[in-house]
Design a protein. Structure first.
Length: 288
């Protein structure tokens, strides 16, 4: 078992997982699954009772359960009952819940969507060494990130859009001015946190791609922070709704997004778990 971890989200609830190199499969936290599909105020106790009941009834399911160390909300690692992905269907069927079928639909098909496939590529990006140091912080680097994440999924992967786009009533940089806007962003300084955050906000306003801007640009931001300040963002510390609202406001007032980013900065720039959690939360921000 290595330290490759993942956090996925069902109905805004975390479902933690850890990778097994021996059979190339994920192990998922039983307690997290219980919490995600039941309304129990104490999912840990719920799972303990259910586990005992399954044993009493002669179910073989519990024999497939292993205790693995997963990081909890307090930042510490605790032994946690986990099941291989092959046994999750059996586990969910043993839990009486109106959400069981919806969970299984989500669990079974999420990796086959564009986001699921793209996220797998994002996990691999850490080892890619794709971006040359001199290009970090440029539009060229952002295009390379986007092409890596969405290559084979979107025919416009890595390509600057030639159409004007909008979201939620806000129109991003008009297509005919986008080239000049990106050149101006490339020239923006990035020696301090405020300068880097300003550059991030301006790139968000530019929104250079038809889709996938947020996921690509958050990786781009972390690369700049690592290069210039030896820091990165622990995205798991930033609430989804707080982040989305702050980004909506950022074109007029960037103070809120700066406060959120600054509060989540960490010097653990080579910590694989921080990176993996960052990808999970980054993709979670995009879920409707």
């Amino acid at each position: 078992m290595n330290n490759k971890i993942s956090i996925r989200f069902f109905n805004d609830r975390e479902v933690r997982a850890i990778w097994n190199d021996e059979n190339s499969k994920w192990w998922f936290s039983a307690v997290d699954i219980v919490a995600a599909i039941t309304e129990s105020p104490n999912p840990r106790k719920y799972w303990s009772v259910l586990k005992a009941r399954l044993k009493q009834n002669g179910s073989e399911l519990t024999s497939f359960c292993s205790q693995l160390k997963l990081t909890a909300a307090d930042g510490k690692k605790y032994a946690t009952d986990c099941f291989l992905q092959d046994k999750i269907t059996d586990l969910v069927k043993a839990i009486p819940s109106k959400n069981a079928n919806a969970f299984l639909d989500w669990f079974t098909y999420s990796d086959n969507t564009i986001d699921g496939k793209s996220k797998k590529k994002a996990y691999e990006f850490m080892e890619s060494n794709l971006i040359e140091d001199k290009d970090i912080g440029t539009t060229k680097a952002l295009q390379q990130i986007h092409a890596y994440l969405f290559g084979g999924l979107y025919d416009f992967a890595g390509q600057i859009r030639d159409k004007t786009i909008s979201k939620g009533g806000f129109t991003f940089c008009v297509a005919q001015y986008l080239d000049n806007a990106l050149k101006a962003i490339d020239k923006m300084p990035e020696t301090t946190f405020d300068e880097i955050a300003n550059k991030y906000v301006e790139m968000n306003v530019a929104h250079p791609f038809m889709e996938g801007n947020g996921r690509s640009t958050r990786i781009w931001l972390d690369m700049i922070l690592k290069k210039r300040l030896k820091l990165c963002v622990d995205w798991s510390k930033i609430n989804k709704n707080d982040y989305l609202k702050a980004m909506e406001e950022s074109s007029a007032n960037s103070s809120r997004i700066k406060d959120l980013l600054k509060s989540a900065l960490t010097d653990k720039i080579n910590d694989r778990e921080i990176f993996m959690k960052g990808i999970d939360y980054s993709y979670y921000y995009e879920e409707l």
